[in-house]
Design a protein around this ligand. Sequence first.
Ligand SMILES: Nc1ncnc2c1ncn2[C@@H]1O[C@H](COP(=O)(O)OP(=O)(O)OP(=O)(O)O)[C@@H](O)[C@H]1O
Length: 876
Amino acid sequence: MLTGVVGAGLTSLEVLRRLDAGPRGLVEDEATRRLQRYGENAVLPRRPAAWAWRLLGTLRDPFTAVLLGLGVVSAFATSWSTACVIAVLVAVSCVLRSAGEYRADRSVAALRDLVATTATVQRRADEESAPLVREIPVEELVPGDVVRLGPGDMVPADVRLLRADGLTVHQAALTGESAPVAKRVPDTPVELARPLFDQPHLCFAGSSVTAGTATAVVTATGADTHFASAHRGPTGRRRGAFDRSVNGISWTLIRFMTLTAPLVLLANTVLRGRGLETLPFAVAVAVGLTPEMLPVIVTTALARGAAQLARRVGVIVKRLPALHDMGAVDVLCVDKTGTLTQDQLTVDCYLDTDGHTDPAVLHWAAVNSLWTIQLADVPAPDALDEAILAAAKAAGGPAADRDDLLCRTPPPPARPERALSAVHEPAAARATLMDVGGVDVIPFDPARRVVTAVVQRPGRPAVHTLVVKGAVEDVLDRCAIDEETRARVLRLAGRHAARGLRLLAVALADRPARARPYTPADERGLTLLGIVGLRDELTATAADALAALARRGVAVKVLTGDHPGTAARVCAELGLTPGEIVTGDRIDALDDARLAQLADTTTVFARCTPAHKARVVRALRRGGHAVGFLGDGVNDVAAMHAADVALCPHAAVDVTREAADVVLAEKDLTAIDSAVAAGRHSTGNIATYLRIAVSSNVGNVISMLAAGVLLPFLPMLPAQVLAQNLCFDISQLAFAYDRPDAASVRRPSVLRPYAFSRYITVFGLVNAAADLATFAVLGVFTRGQTAFHSGWFTENLITQALVMLLLRTARGPLPGALRWATGALAAVGLLLPLSPLGAALGLAALPMAYYGCLVMVLVAYGLALAACRKFGWPVG
Ligand SMILES: Nc1ncnc2c1ncn2[C@@H]1O[C@H](COP(=O)(O)OP(=O)(O)OP(=O)(O)O)[C@@H](O)[C@H]1O
């Protein structure tokens, strides 16, 4: 295998020779041998991680780190029982979490293979056979393979270009450079002094093709690529809504917890004159405050949601937190072509600049399409080009068939004088128009919105004809026309766009023939021929999907590169109210703050480049929205990276699938609604756990502090604090299986730290009030520490079971898991003090009268909770 550095200085031929390969591609048998020798072309092994690694991975969680820290403090204070219980807590949490992650990985792994990335490779059956171009899984690529690259492809390995046309690649994953860079096969020897990633003829795994095409030979695969050496782990990702809410709250709690132990210690020292002997108790209280099951609940709730989505509606969640982000999304940006529409085009009309049907317009559009496909070695022809070639064939025209192109005679154009005289075509040459030969191509680029094929017409060896097609405004900008014609053509385009057609303008220019390659700078002074209108049917499920999202409070915005008129019509047909349409040039004129305001109220953005789409998404996020982006093309990737969560339909190009967090494996767009509902469902369960665990724990801390001051002894022994905490934690795992009611999945689910703090303060205080009432009862009915500890232990577990029942967000029937969990928790509270284990923990049976009063405290507590719920306050 060649390293990029060695390969950089060699000629193409030398590289091929060193790789023992040829421009026609490897023979299949040899490729199989190489696959065995070099291994799979994967940066990270596809094998599931070993159990030990999974367990170690779960230790990275901040709550676990805090618990371990507290365990170490206990060990130093030689409080071995506290240290042991903490170790058990950490072990239970890690084992449960890694088991959840393992199940989650397994359930989506099979479906993920369905959306695996492929590479277009050129191989031969044997030495004598002609090369065959076919798609193979990227993992099967080997050094020496000849691959084809086109827009939207991931560069599948480190490659050396053999041929390239207008190739630009995005290599931010390697260099951090956000702008695409041009790559080409240099005419002169390469300059070795240049940094490796700047070498024009080398492309690297981890980058993606933004425009143009290329044929290249693979120089390194898998772990030998530069990407692999730079990223020995998963690549970093943007911070989504998940990080902003759950993680934000986690860190607030961790700060709070780290203050708890010193506070308890201080209160006991200052007010009761106790010394360091209270350290284990202080540590236990801090541990009691920790919602240590949060990582387990998060993994279980999200993994369950993801597995159900995959099974029921074929939605693949590639990154678990993305499911939470789906639930938080309140704005979904969608591109139009290939998402809301099928991208299966048919030509509707071909018109000259006066709006009359003109086959010459279709003919030249077909010449452009044909040579774009042929010269650029596009792995998969654009749907637009295929539609134009099909229409030309159906019209019986000269561009009917790629193979026919060079030999058939065109029909006489309806208005030949216009189209052909426009390029000063001698009448005699018209009949042989199709004998054109392709010379060069400047591929389509969503930022330029035009594509140029350079052809040579028969009998005119000294002349090259540039055939340009693309978005109407962009082609007009390159034409030598007066203002009046321009305005007339724009009006014509507007009328047809309003019918929902996709429009292309076609223009020509003659240039003296030359050997030098053509560049975008040559696309000027063109002669306009006319426009082609194409019809693109709506995706069958698009209207239903948009209506369902609107019902869930998700605002849908369309961000398209297409004509404003076309976008408006499509949106109206889908039941969206387009309102004022904002175009790319208007976006350019606005600063970020003004764009954020405008983006809030705009539904359709048209004539957007990839950069415009990304700016709008960033502006919306800055305006406080959680933004999803659903796109299928290379022009959507930047916006997908900018969004909280990126989605793509099943037929998206490789680079889009790679950028997506959520892939819709089926054709049905209404699956997005199911994904949003599943996200809200999972988040609802996580939020319920957090609210209940933390408010109950806060209540306990307040009571512990109060009791520490009021009582001559510790209100609970450290081991008792930890034991009740362990029971409460385990029972709360049932929240991962709760079923939220319909109302709670109707709005975007976001955990707002302020509302959350209010919630835990109020319910924490109600909980503490119940505890203080219990202390009073205990003061009346019991004597001594053991009875006090036992009474409070029982009350604590039963109130926690009550809180779980009364404060869960869902109001529907209790799922079995919750019924069992709360029942078991209350039973432990009542029975443990009577058992030998209770005795070991320092607990004992209580007088019967206590239980009667406890019932009264519990009834009062339950009524207080129910009253708070009934008046809808506080809602976290
Ligand atoms: N293969 C092509 N040849 C010539 N012009 C094209 C081609 N593909 C697209 N265009 C023109 O460029 C414009 C922008 O294309 P782009 O691919 O950025 O967006 P889109 O496909 O129109 O819409 P969306 O952003 O919704 O996917 C199109 O509206 C069309 O006029």
